[in-house]
Design a protein around this ligand. Structure first.
Ligand SMILES: Nc1nc2c(ncn2[C@@H]2O[C@H](COP(=O)(O)OP(=O)(O)OP(=O)(O)O)[C@@H](O)[C@H]2O)c(=O)[nH]1
Ligand SMILES: [Mg+2]
Length: 600
């Protein structure tokens, strides 16, 4: 059977997973009346909640007797490492571009990676159902992007399809049609079949999967020869070492799942069960001829954060896994499959320094651990500075903001405060399109401020560009916080009294501890408050009793919002049930002493 291996790549939200839905339906992976819902491939809990893809995933369909292995990839720049890795399994890519937004920072990144690997691109201008969309302009912009990325003559000759994943059609022109058949035909026509190589077994492990029954599963593309059930093989590892191993079971992808087989031939993707102690990047090879494939390298992390045991007074109350040993093992396990993540031990046995690609990358890890039952403390995210030619350098990113014209002034002011410099300003429909060069530091916390300033209208995206000399101090949070002076149960009485001082993160009746951050102060500077004070008892039942008190609903931050909010002297306590911001030093006297001696 003929094979095509394609990866679906794009900037975040440009419609990759929706397209995969349509491909699965068009090829009748489901029974006609089967209820499947939307975004079927976004199968894990966090993906469903957030409506984004975090992990790339494989599916496989049959169209006109050709087997098409489809790889859905995440579009958020924090998960770029995930895309780089799985592109190794593809022979072609479908590059989706939103017909209104046009190419965005991550479009450039994923296309660049695909072109470097010499994958055949098919461009899909998606969402042409959107009002004010500009498919022709976007097509030109995509061509320019290919050109700027030094695409070869052949790559520049890319085929283009237009359509709407949402409305279920793609055609080779802007004329709407009934379904996605023209695109499917295009995939068969333009994407080459894999290179089928005879010879000794060679397969690189590009992904890792777990199954409670089968254990760790190695996924990749058979590069050369065949791989068989019960075959004795060796693993050639990154450091050159060679380990004897054996294939227990073999699976190929089929629909959304896998099918057990006895043999897989060169060119197809497969899942190997039973290998011991393998890593992503290892080559499965013939014991007689152990030849390694080029190692997989992904871009460097740009941000770090400390992960420590929970040392708040509430330690161990809400989590199952709380010791430094638990946290260490879990982090090490994560590095096996999360290639852009790095973990370092620190001077303290209770703390680890975790490096990632951004707030979301690290935040998703913390959120996942919390759901698995872990308790931990995380510090404020720091960008990675480097010493280059004896000078301090920091990461800079390209920030793209699309915003209704009336807000563009505010956006420029805000970004300039954060040491961003404007590169481009042009109109795009009724919107202004702005591009800045900005230190990554300046991006921390920017999203929420930007949304407040633009009534939620700004659409922003950013992507690492290069290391440049340190830009000097960048103003952090402008407001101070209200800190609990005493532990206990908060009362409506005390919160009511303090409401005009700040916006609370907690509500009456919550257990708090001394040193916990309870509210945002309306002014700069921190204040220690008593939020557990009881109303003085009187003999008379006053008419304005406690329950008639009007408390403004609490401000509920997501974990990532907390990460962007906290300052260097603060941290976040994370447990399966709660996310609490706190001062790193819980004791008020300690904090006073530290701030006096200036070494907080
Ligand atoms: N108007 C319109 N909306 C679409 C179309 N295709 C997808 N969408 C919507 O765009 C949003 C994002 O779609 P997804 O398919 O999740 O995008 P994605 O590229 O997989 O996103 P990430 O995996 O997070 O990068 C969803 O709300 C879709 O319903 C389309 O053709 N037209
Ligand atoms: Mg997706």
């Amino acid at each position: 059977m003929e094979i095509r291996n394609i990866a679906i790549i794009a900037h975040v939200d440009h419609g990759k997973t929706t397209l995969v839905d349509k491909i699965l339906h068009a090829t009748k992976v489901f029974r006609d009346n089967q209820e499947t819902g939307d975004l079927i491939m976004d199968s894990n809990e966090l993906e469903r909640e957030r409506g984004i893809t975090i992990l790339s995933k494989n599916a496989s369909v049959t169209f006109k007797d050709v087997k098409i292995n489809v790889i859905d990839t995440p579009g958020h720049s924090d998960f770029g490492g995930e895309v780089e890795r799985v592109l190794k399994m593809a022979d072609g890519v479908c590059l989706l571009v939103d017909a209104f937004e046009g190419p965005m920072p991550q479009t450039r990144f994923v296309l660049q990676k695909a072109l470097q690997l010499n994958l055949k691109p098919i461009v899909i201008i998606n969402k042409v159902d959107k009002e004010n969309c500009r498919p022709d302009e976007v097509h030109d912009a995509v061509f320019e992007l290919f050109f700027n990325l030094d695409a070869t003559e052949e790559q520049l000759n890319f085929p283009t399809f237009y359509g709407s994943g949402k409305n279920g059609w793609f055609n080779d022109s802007l004329t709407p049609c009934d379904d996605i058949t023209p695109l499917m035909d295009g995939i068969l026509k333009y994407v080459p079949g894999p290179d089928v190589k005879e010879g000794h077994t060679q397969m690189q492990i590009t992904s890792l999967d777990y199954s409670t029954f089968l254990g760790r599963i190695a996924i990749g593309k058979v590069e050369r020869g065949t791989i068989k059930e019960n075959q004795n093989i060796v693993l050639v590892q990154a450091d050159g070492s060679i380990k004897k191993n054996k294939v227990k079971e073999l699976y190929v992808f089929e629909g959304m799942g896998k099918r057990k087989v006895t043999e897989v031939i060169s060119g197809d993707l497969c899942a190997v069960v039973g290998l011991e102690e393998f890593n992503i990047g290892d080559t499965i090879a013939d014991p007689e001829n152990p030849e390694a494939l080029p190692i997989i390298s992904v871009d460097e992390p740009t941000m770090s954060m400390t992960f420590s045991i929970n040392n708040s007074p509430f330690f161990g109350k809400e989590g199952k896994f709380v010791t430094s040993r638990h946290i260490r093992d879990r982090l090490m396990k994560e590095t096996e499959k999360n290639l852009a993540l790095r973990v370092e031990e620190t001077d303290s046995a209770d703390s680890f320094l975790v490096y990632g690609r951004g707030i979301l990358h690290l935040g998703v890890l913390v959120e996942t651990m919390r759901r698995e039952g872990y308790e931990l403390t995380v510090g404020n995210p720091q960008v990675l500075v480097k010493e280059i030619d004896g000078k301090k350098h920091e990461p800079f990113e390209i920030l793209v903001v699309d915003v209704p014209s009336e807000f563009s002034g505010k956006v420029i002011d805000l970004v300039t405060q954060k040491k961003g410099e404007m590169l481009i300003m042009e109109s795009k429909g009724t919107m202004q399109h702005l591009e800045f060069d900005i230190p990554s530091r300046g991006l921390i916390g920017l999203r929420s401020q930007m949304l407040t300033q633009t009534a939620g209208e700004a659409v922003m995206a950013h992507r690492f560009n290069e290391y440049k000399p340190w830009k000097g101090p960048i103003p952090g949070r402008s407001n101070g916080v209200l800190i609990a002076k005493f532990g206990g149960t908060t009362t409506a009485y005390s919160i009511d009294k303090l409401q005009d001082r700040g916006r609370f993160f907690i509500e009456p009746g919550e257990e708090v501890y001394a040193g916990q951050v309870l509210a945002e102060h309306i002014k700069p500077g921190d204040l220690n408050i008593n939020a557990v004070e009881m109303k003085k008892l009187t003999n008379h039942r006053a008419s304005g009793s406690d329950d008639s008190v009007r408390i403004t609903p609490k401000l509920q931050f997501t974990l990532e919002e907390c990460m962007e909010y906290i300052q260097f002297d603060e941290c976040i306590e994370v447990t399966p049930k709660s996310v609490r911001m706190r001062k790193a030093m819980l004791d008020e006297n300690d904090r006073n002493k530290a701030s006096k001696s200036g070494n907080q």
